[in-house]
Design a protein around this ligand. Structure first.
Ligand code: G6P
Length: 611
């Protein structure tokens, strides 16, 4: 998704802007650009389709140097990914804007501005902002005054940065629906859509709040809130995660993040487990009181986070006896929902900025839910700020577009939720909580054992290199794990992958099975194992090749067309977390064999902040 970087300094800021954009590459984008107020006193820009490295080459060929600039990575929404649609957008030669989000009334504004004599050089919604601002400057010549007035006419979501050749001592920013952070330097200041972009230049940050406008000069930052009142925002020192934008010894961020899972799961558990129970207050001071009233749970999320929610449904119903519904946010937000009394609304999101999930939360507030809980990886996100309760996953920044460590930490958090609700409501069977707490403590070690399957999974990946379609099968709580396995494979290897509950095989997908259609199965040693084995026979009888990730004790062995890969034994309730690991590794190694862009798969974005 789009990224913003801006800088005002005494030194040349071009390389800072490009480095910042590189650090935002993980969000996904299809073009990049920057505008600099040059030492010659002009506003100049360079824009390129494709990677930031292309923009860097363009800047090297035709250098730009200056003390004030803005830069952007664009993920196309309005208008194709072309150079003329890439940001920054100009009005005349003196005003430049970069923008994240969507201006919903752009057509109406475009007509109005055309009527005022403005001509448009792009199909973007963003270009209306810069002309509107130019028009406003005619009556309100101060850039901050003009921006305050202009944004009042914008409907939709924006995080934007503005520079003017006429007022080249300042950078302006406005936030409504798209995050922005100011990076504080010494005699220089910066702006970005994500602090990660600025970790190279500072560790002190100020987060803009909804409706804020900021005027950023080299030695001063002024912020006005939504009511136009000048306000101070807290300065936060950033310590953790400085290393996150670095792949270290790993070939890809995705592999690094897969291998970080024992550590981040450990971190997610830290401070949340008592001797034999989960500490409910980890969910916030009012959690115990709220949880005591919960009779139903409604989970809403997107993508991988949705799959985590689907696993939680099995846990909440089977362990805590609490009815649970799970739905993708884009459906939930537009459906007429009937809310059962005393239902807790739970949103799950790595970023906390996914537009559909946020909109679903905002709708939920009107629908009479008991309260809202966000399970989220970003403490300063909109989802967290707008929810009653929060449990932060401690995955650290996730750079690979395909989510891995965020998923397993979400699962761990959802197990903590299941046990907390069951504990407070007294619905857990005797001994279950103590046993699971003990097993959760051992989980990081178990995940380490699963990661030791790396080499065998890499070898297994060769079976997929020339295939175009695959099926993933699972039963019970392993069905969503199969769904997540299929999602990972399609996201990064571009192989068509579908997941089915194994019992549904003969109701359709069996028709597709032949020797060109590998079938991947997750088979923990549980009460559904025998049923699963029969399903697998159905596949073998049609010549389908089977790849089975099976419990060491499941009694399954290799045979013709059947590849069994032993997975360390684990208690059934935690099996979804463990079995996720070999499936992540499988997708990764298949993608590597296919030579795709593992960390930034085509057409996908890390953080989907538009609908
Ligand atoms: C995008 C990402 C996925 C992610 C989904 C939901 O599609 O590529 O990896 O699962 O958004 O994102 P969230 O931040 O809400 O978990």
């Amino acid at each position: 998704m789009c990224g913003i970087v801006g800088a005002v300094a005494e030194r040349n800021i071009t390389t800072i802007l490009i480095e910042g954009l590189k650090r935002l590459e993980y969000r996904g984008y299809d073009s990049a650009g920057l505008a600099v107020f040059t030492q010659q006193g002009n506003l100049e820009r360079r824009r390129r389709i494709g990677k930031v490295s292309e923009l860097e080459t363009a800047v090297a060929a035709e250098p730009l140097a200056g003390n004030l600039g803005i830069a952007h990575t664009r993920w196309a929404t309005h208008g194709a990914p072309t150079e003329h649609n890439a940001h920054p957008h100009f009005s005349g030669h003196e005003l430049a804007v970069v923008h994240n989000g969507i201006i919903e009334n752009h057509e109406e504004l475009r007509e109005k501005l055309k009527g005022l004599g403005y001509s448009f050089s792009s199909e973007t919604d963003t270009e209306v902002i810069v002309h509107l601002l130019d028009h406003t400057l005619k009556t309100l010549p101060d850039l901050a005054d003009a921006l305050k007035a202009a944004v009042k006419q914008l409907h939709g979501a924006y995080g934007l940065a503005v520079i003017s050749a006429k007022q080249p001592d300042r950078l302006l920013a406005a936030r409504s629906g798209s995050p922005l952070v100011i990076g504080l330097g010494h005699g220089e200041n910066f702006l970005a859509s994500d602090q990660l972009a600025l970790r190279q230049v500072t560790d002190r940050f100020m987060y803009l709040e909804e409706g804020d406008i900021a005027e950023i000069r080299r030695d001063q930052v002024t912020i006005w809130d939504v009511a136009g009142t000048q306000v101070q925002r807290e300065t936060v020192q950033y310590h953790e995660g400085a290393e996150a934008a670095d792949k270290g010894a790993y070939r890809h961020f995705m592999l690094k993040e897969i291998h970080e899972q024992p550590t981040v799961v450990q971190r997610t558990l830290e401070g949340r487990l008592g001797k034999d129970h989960v500490m409910v207050q980890a969910f916030g001071p009012q959690a115990a009181e709220l949880f005591a009233k919960v009779r139903n749970v409604q989970i809403v999320a997107c993508g991988t986070s949705y799959h985590a929610g689907m696993v939680a449904r099995y846990w909440l119903e089977s362990l805590a006896g609490i009815p649970c519904q799970v739905e993708v946010a884009s459906e939930f937000r537009y459906r007429k929902v009937v809310v059962q009394p005393d239902t807790l609304f739970v949103s799950i999101s790595q970023s906390g900025e996914t537009a559909d999930t946020l909109a679903a939360l905002r709708n939920a507030k009107e629908l009479g839910f008991l309260g809202s809980l966000a399970i989220c990886n970003v403490g300063i996100s909109s989802l967290v700020r707008e929810s009653d309760l929060t449990l932060l996953t401690q995955a650290g920044p996730e750079i690979g577009v395909a989510s891995t460590k965020a998923f397993t930490t979400q699962l761990v958090s959802l197990m903590l939720l299941t046990l907390s609700l069951g504990q407070v409501r007294g619905t857990l069977a005797a001994g279950v909580e103590a046993e699971l707490v003990e097993e959760l403590r051992r989980l990081p070690t178990r995940l380490g054992e699963a990661l030791a399957m790396d080499a065998i999974v890499e070898k297994t990946a060769e079976l997929f290199a020339d295939k175009h379609h695959t099926l993933f099968l699972g039963r019970g709580a392993q069905f969503p794990v199969a769904m997540e396995g299929a999602l990972k494979l399609k996201e990064i290897s571009y192989i068509h992958a579908e997941a089915y509950p194994a019992g549904e095989l003969k109701h359709g997908p069996l028709a597709l099975v032949d020797s060109d259609m590998p079938v991947v199965t997750v088979a923990p040693n549980n009460e559904l194992l025998e049923k699963l084995k029969s399903n697998l026979q159905e596949v073998r009888a049609r010549g389908g090749e089977l790849i089975v990730f099976a419990d060491e004790a499941a009694g399954m062995s290799n045979g013709e067309g059947t590849h069994v890969i032993a997975v360390p034994h684990i208690i059934d309730a935690l099996a979804p977390i463990l079995y996720t690991i070999p499936l992540q590794l499988l997708s990764y190694y298949v993608a590597v064999l296919k030579g795709t862009d593992v960390d930034q798969p085509r057409n996908l974005a890390k953080s989907v902040t538009v609908e």
